[in-house]
Design a protein around this ligand. Structure first.
Ligand SMILES: Nc1ncnc2c1ncn2[C@@H]1O[C@H](COP(=O)(O)OP(=O)(O)O)[C@@H](O)[C@H]1O
Ligand SMILES: [Mg+2]
Length: 138
């Protein structure tokens, strides 16, 4: 699915539709340049799944966990390697069958990723315009 959004509000609407399509255990990999909107999209999805405390970028924490419709994990693995992720126990979090996971910069921990995932590619068109491409791999 490919869709161009023209504003933050349209990204919010897309995130709300996307949130409705999620099931227990889903893994969402977010790709796109710095500032593309990976964190923003995640915040909108989590908010529409009932997360009350607004989600900050987890860049410095690497992992933040929230409760809503599901237990939801937001990873930003920009600064770590696969080995460090394993040391931190992230492989166990990733293999949890019930929680929903959103990962920014997942290429850094590729060996830990499952075969089944949803890919969200975000491309910057201009200041407020983004192209979203969402693909579900089974
Ligand atoms: N349509 C849009 N969708 C998402 N973000 C947008 C949009 N238009 C402008 N932005 C802005 O782009 C920035 C995206 O930042 P962020 O979500 O932190 O990116 P990333 O996590 O990919 O580095 C935010 O400042 C956001 O307000
Ligand atoms: Mg981010």
């Amino acid at each position: 699915m490919k869709l161009t959004v023209n504003s933050l509000l349209e990204t919010k609407k897309l995130a709300e539709d996307f949130a409705m399509s999620l099931s227990e255990g889903d893994m969402v990999l977010l790709n796109g340049d710095l500032g593309a909107g990976k964190t923003t999209f995640t915040q909108f999805v989590f908010a529409s799944l009932g997360v009350k405390d607004v989600v900050n970028s987890p860049t410095f924490a690497i992992l933040k966990t929230y409760e809503g419709k599901f237990t939801m994990h937001h990873f930003d693995t920009y600064r770590i390697t696969t080995e460090e992720a394993i040391e931190a126990g992230f492989d166990e979090v990733i293999s949890n069958k019930e929680s929903v996971k959103f990962i920014e910069w997942s290429e850094n921990i590729k060996p830990l990723l499952p075969k089944k995932y949803i890919e969200v590619n975000i491309k910057v068109i201009d200041e407020n315009k983004r192209e979203f491409e969402i693909t579900r791999y089974e």
